[in-house]
Design a protein around this ligand. Sequence first.
Ligand code: PLP
Length: 427
Amino acid sequence: MKLYNIKENDEQVSFGQAVRQGLGRNQGLFFPQELPKFDDIDALLAEDFVSRSTKILSAMIGDELAEEQVNSMVDAAFQFPAPINKVKDGVYALELFHGPTLAFKDFGGRFMAQSLAAVSDGGKITILTATSGDTGAAVAHAFYGMEDINVVILYPKGKISPLQEKLFCTLGKNIHTVAIDGDFDACQALVKQAFDDAALREEIGLNSANSINISRLMAQICYYFEAASQLSKQERENLVVSVPSGNFGNLTAGLLAKALGLPVKRFIAATNENDTVPRYLETGQWDPKPTVATTSNAMDVSQPNNWPRIEELCQLKEWGLDTLGKGKVSDEQSAESVRDLKAQGYLCEPHGAIAYRLLDEQLQEGETGLFLCTAHPAKFKEVVDEILGSDIDLPAPLAKHAAMELLSEDLANDFDLLKEVLRRVQK
Ligand SMILES: *Cc1c(COP(=O)(O)O)cnc(C)c1O
C-alpha cells in the first residue's frame, strides 16, 4: 500500500510508515494512492464479518502484509458485533457500541493496536494521547498488556465524567493515566509540545493513536459493509447513511467504503451546534467558530481534522460536495429526538439521536435509512437519564470498572514534569 501526503504530494509512504508516523510533513494527512474496487459486492456481503473485513483490508494493504496475518489482526480486533436494529419501517440503527469501551472507537483503536504491533521495527513505542473521554478509553483497552508499547493518556482533571474516568484509569500495567490540572486544550498542547521535541520523540518512540491514523479509518470502512450485509438487496439499493460527526473520521470511512464499491446513495454529515462543515457546504466559506459545549460532547469540534481527506476523495471520484446531505441539531432538538426514539421503543443517546433526526427529516420515498449509533446510551447516562427521567442500567464493562480503584496520577500543566513521567514509564 502506498500513501501520499495530501499537503506535500512528494512525500510517499508505505502502510507501515503511515501507521508508525501518523501524520506527514507540514501536518499533512496521508491518503491512499490507489483504492481497490470490489465488483461482486453481493458475494462480498455474503461473507461473515471477519472474512469480509480481511478481504477489504488485505486488498487495501496489498503485499506488505500476508492475508493470513491481516486475518489474525482482524480476528483479534473485531471480537464484537455491529448489528443493525430496525427502529421503524425503512429506518435502521447501526449499533457500533458493543465493544469493550462501548463506543465505535473500539473498532479503530483495536485495529490500530494490531497494525502497530505488525509493522513495528522492534523499537520501543510510547503512545501519547490527550482525551476528552472516549478515545482514551478505546486506546487504553486496545493497547492494554501489549509488549514493548507504553501508553500515556492525558485528560483534564475533573472535566470528564466519573464513569468515563473509571473506564480507562483503572487498568494499570502498560497504561499510564495522568490527570492534568487544566482543560482539554491544555492536554492537547502538552501532546503537541512532546511531538515538537525531536530528541524526545526519538528517545521514546512517540506515536499518537489519534483519529488521523490511517489504520483507524481503514477499520471503520468494514462496519459500513457489515451494516449493508444485514439489509435485503432491495433495501440496500437506495441506502442513505447519516453520520454523527466531530472530527469526521467516521464519515471519511463511509465515503471510502463507497469508493470501494459499497452502494450508498447518499451520506448525511450530521453535526451539533459546532457546524463548521454544514455551513461550509451551504456557503463555500470555511469559517470555524469557537467550539461550544453540547450534550453530544464527543462531537464538540469546530476544526475537524479529517475534512481534507473528504475533499480529496470527493475530488478524485468527482463526487460533488453538493451531493452530501448535511445539517446541525441543537441540544433541545436532540433531546426531543431521544424522546421520540424512546417512544418508538429504541433507547438512544444524543450523538445517535442527532444522526437519526436529520435522516428522518431528509429521507425520501423509496429510500432506506441507516443512522450510526456511536456510543452506548449508558456511556452518557447523566444526559440520557435527565432527558428521559429514567435510571438506565450500566452494562457489565461499565459496572465492573466503576467498582475499581483509580490509578491516575495528578500533574501540573507543565511540560518538564510530563517529560519526567514519559521517561519514568519506560523503565
Ligand atoms: C468520536 C465520536 C464521534 C465523532 O466521530 P468522528 O469520527 O470524530 O466524526 C461521535 N460520537 C461519539 C460517541 C464519539 O465518541
